[in-house]
Ligand binder design. Structure first.
Ligand SMILES: [Zn+2]
Length: 138
């Protein structure tokens, strides 16, 4: 006979758990419950680790996209400085004429962005400071 410590039901000796309230009555029953809890915790931890891995992968992708953007912007800037350098050295002459230089001695630089919008900037040529012979990015 087992006397249930929780509900006081008198159980037959074969019962590992209380017939009425399921309370564990023998050490083996406690071990079973403990093992079940441990495997639940293990499963939760595995799920958590998996979620962290996925989040990390996603963040890595975002960082890579930002790096690509920055490199593209750096290349754009290099090109702009190259054009400005030529414009400055030739007093606004890029090609055969001075169409880039307007009446206020401003150079117009432009490009078409991803939304097909023309983005233009007017740079006063006399305000540009570029060291002779050196690279603009160094
Ligand atoms: Zn009980």
């Amino acid at each position: 006979m087992h006397n249930c410590p929780r509900c006081n039901l008198i159980n037959i000796i074969e019962n590992k758990y209380c017939f009425k309230c399921s309370y564990p009555l023998v050490p083996e029953a406690f071990d079973e419950i403990k093992q079940e809890e441990e495997s639940k915790i293990h499963a939760l931890m595995q799920k958590h680790v998996q979620e962290l891995k996925e989040t990390t992968k996603e963040k890595d992708r975002e960082i890579q996209l930002l790096k690509d953007d920055m490199n593209a912007m750096r290349d754009d800037m290099k090109n702009i400085f190259e054009v400005l350098k030529i414009a400055k050295q030739n007093d606004g002459r890029i090609g055969k004429d001075r169409t880039m230089l307007d009446e206020n001695r401003r150079v117009t630089l432009g490009y078409v962005d991803n939304n097909n919008q023309i983005v233009e900037v007017k740079v006063p040529l006399d305000g540009v400071e570029i060291a002779n012979g050196g690279s603009a990015t160094e």
